[in-house]
Each structure stands twice: as C-alpha cells, then as structure tokens.
Design a protein around this ligand. Structure first.
Ligand code: SR1
Ligand code: MG
Length: 419
C-alpha cells in the first residue's frame, strides 16, 4: 500500500477534499458546511455521500482489506483503478448508464462520482415488490453494448489486446470470483455457510461430478476467454433505479471474459428474487403478480440483448472477427454466424446463471433476497428450489434455446416441494 494512503473519516473528509476543484465545482467550496454520511453497505469499500451548498457527490474509497471480513483479508487499493477504468469504458460503450465520474486519485484509491440519491439499489426494490419500468430493456441493451463494443467484433486488435492486458492485472478481484463463485460452493471452504436444513441438497451438488466439471469448464472460460470487458459483478446490488430510470454501478470486478458472463449473473439475481418472493409477499395474488413481472423482466432483458447485439452486428462490425470481406462483400449472409455467436453467449450465460445461484446460498456473500427470510424452514425450502434450478441450468445450459425455456423451468421449480 502507498505510504501516503489514509482511509477517509467522517470528520476529516471535508478538509482533505476541500482543495480538489473537481469536487468543489460540484458541491461548493465552503467545506465547513459539508454534511458527510457513510452509506457503504457493500462488501469491500467505504462510500460517503457529501452534501454541500451547491450539490451532492459520492466519494468511494477502497480500503486496504475486504470490508466485510476485516483486515485479516488484505486487498490492495488497485480495485479503484480498475473501477475507474471500467466506468470510463461503460460511459464510452453505453453513455449515461453509469454515474458520471468527476475525479480519481489512484494513491488514495478514491473516486468522486455522481450521487444517485433518488435511485435505490434494485435488490431492495425487488424484495419490497417495487417495479421499475424498462428495466429489462435497459440492462439487456447495456449487456449487449458492453459485450459487443469490448470485443474483437468491434475494437481494433491493438486496442483490444492492450485493454485485455490492462484488465488482466485486476487479479485480486478475479481471484475472488474464481474462488467464491466457481469453487468454494462445491467443497467445504472455510468461509462458506448455508441455511440449516440444506445439507442433503448441498451433498447432492458436491457429489455431482458431471455438474462440478461443467462448472470448472466454465471457470476455464472465465480465466481464458478474453472475449470482452465484462462488468464482472452485475447482481441486483450493482443496479440502482427509480421507478423509471436505471443505472449500473460498481464495476470494480471488471475483467475481459466471456460475453455471456454479465447477462448470466444478472438473470441469476432475478431468478433468486423470483424464487424468494413467496417469503416477501404473503398475499398470494400479489406474489403471483410480482413473480410474473420478474419473469417478464428476464424475458425482456434477453430479448433486448439479442436485439441490440444483432443491431450492432449488422451496423458496427468493424473488428477482426467475422469481417465483412468474408460475408457482405461477397454478397453472403451472416445469419448462420450470428446465430452461432448468440447461441454461444446464451449457453455461457445459462452456466454462469446456475453457478451464481449456487454461490449466493453456499459461499461467502449471500443475497439479501434469501438472507432476510427469518423463518429458516421457509428459507431452506426456497433456497433448495434455487439450488436445484441452478444445477439444472449448469447441466443443461445448451437446452435453453429460447428465453421462454428458462422462464418455464423457473415456474416449474417454483412449484416443487423439495424440502
Ligand atoms: C469478498 S467480496 C464478496 C462478493 O461481493 C462482491 O460484490 C462480489 O460479488 C464478491 O463475490
Ligand atoms: Mg460491488
């Protein structure tokens, strides 16, 4: 860690940041009146909202350790550098989707950005039964834009390779994903925990050599297939919404990897919201209606992804992959090629989806969707559905040909009495 680094405190923050013009331009120079609150509820960083006479700003600062575990798990400040770089690329590749960045200080692991205080974390909204219009369309398009514009379909080969090599150094956060997401759920790793009552299901998963091998095969793609820059952690805690507006935050886990990664992680979190609803909506009509809405969001997300990817394929394919000289210039169709690519993306997305559904119930960092269910028997019952649906998706990722195949499967598992 840099010797000049020091974590911000509520008291010291105003004085320490008062000379940074990029910040005072946003909120005003009279730092004696700044109101500071710490609002970080994530697993890794400090997050402050600072309100000045002219406006508000968010200050996010990396800590030299994993916040949720403490200083027994050291982590460098580098993640702020990768988050900053990913935010810049998100803005380039899908303008307006991420908070605006006003200032970055690598030594302090600090990013000053737009305060989205009229937005709420999507996970909380899904638990509370609050709908967001256009959610599927915005996130589906975003995933497609990120996937396409960070790939060799679009980037110049030199830029792509340089960018891959930059993000390959985000090794600490990639290593967290390699362990917590792909490996820990499937053995008795130290930081694991699961709800009482799930032992037989957990044993089924850990005994399933075919499924575990498919997960490791997906990990091989995670470590080796640098297809595009992924957000890397697109769960519903990384999406903030009002009723009508959606933003994507927190791309510190960004890496170059499979084009289906973000889509799969996003859908997994919707499926967990879907399967946990019976505990949050006691009125069965309300439950049914909100569950139906979540499934609609999943369908809209995937449809928007396919539509936008297809649009970019036809209008912006300018990289080394599937070049026009091999197709259009010879008056030949790219239908077969595009279909092949989309199938590959959906297949990877379904595998990642199943894996994410497992790790959020078995490894460190569970989802509030399930964790907030106080009735442990009910929680175990709903998590069991989630774990077995995840297994099905990993084992049969290639049998999901259309998104309705997935939503039908979700409805089926939602009815199953496993425990
Ligand atoms: C130690 S970090 C645990 C999890 O929190 C982050 O949001 C990522 O999802 C990571 O896997
Ligand atoms: Mg995060």
């Amino acid at each position: 860690m840099n010797k000049n680094y020091s974590a911000l405190t509520l008291n010291e923050l105003p004085k320490r940041l008062s000379s940074i013009t990029a910040i005072t331009d946003q909120i005003g120079t009279d730092f004696s009146k700044w109101q500071v609150t710490e609002v970080g509820d994530g697993n890794l960083n400090l997050v402050f909202i600072v309100i000045g006479s002219n406006g508000k700003i968010v200050i996010k600062q990396a800590l030299p350790y994993v916040r949720v575990v403490g200083d027994s798990w050291p982590l460098t400040l580098d993640r702020a550098f990768f988050e900053y770089n990913a935010l810049v690329r998100q803005e380039e590749r899908d303008p307006g989707i991420a908070p605006s960045v006003f200032y970055f200080d690598r030594e302090q692991g600090l990013i000053a950005m737009e305060c989205l205080d009229s937005h709420k974390i999507l996970r909380g909204k899904l638990i509370a039964g609050e709908k967001v219009s256009n959610l599927g369309e915005v996130i589906g398009k975003h995933c497609a834009r990120l996937a396409f514009k960070g790939s060799d379909f679009y980037m110049q080969t030199k830029d792509k390779k340089n960018d891959v090599s930059l993000f390959q150094k985000n090794l600490e956060l990639m290593s967290i994903t390699e362990n917590l997401v792909f490996t820990d759920p499937y053995y008795e790793a130290e930081m694991n925990n699961h709800t009482e009552g799930l032992d037989t299901i957990v044993k089924t998963l850990r005994d399933d050599v075919v499924m575990k091998s498919k997960v490791q095969y997906m990990l091989l793609k995670f470590t080796s297939n640098t297809e595009t820059m992924c957000h890397g952690d697109l769960h519903s805690g990384s999406i903030m919404c009002t009723e009508t507006d959606t933003k994507v935050i927190d791309p510190e886990f960004a890496f170059y990897g499979p084009m289906g990664f973000d889509l799969g992680m996003n859908i997994a979190n919707y499926l967990m919201a879907f399967l946990s609803q019976p505990a949050h909506r006691k009125n069965s009509n309300d439950n049914k209606s909100f569950q139906g809405w979540i499934l609609k969001v999943i369908e809209e997300t995937v449809n928007a992804f396919f539509e936008e990817f297809t649009n970019l394929w036809h209008n912006s394919r300018q990289g080394i992959l599937f070049p026009k000289c091999l197709y259009e210039d010879q008056d030949q169709t790219t239908d077969y090629a595009l279909n092949l690519v989309l199938k590959h993306i959906l297949n990877d997305a379904m595998s990642v989806c199943g894996i994410e559904m497992h790790r959020r119930c078995l490894s460190l960092a569970h989802n509030a969707d399930f964790e907030q269910i106080e009735d442990v028997t009910l929680r175990a019952k709903l998590e069991a559905r989630n774990l077995l649906l995840g297994r099905e998706l990993i084992l049969s990722s290639d049998s999901i040909k259309e998104i309705s195949d997935l939503t039908s499967l979700a409805l089926k598992f939602n009815e199953r009495n496993i425990l």
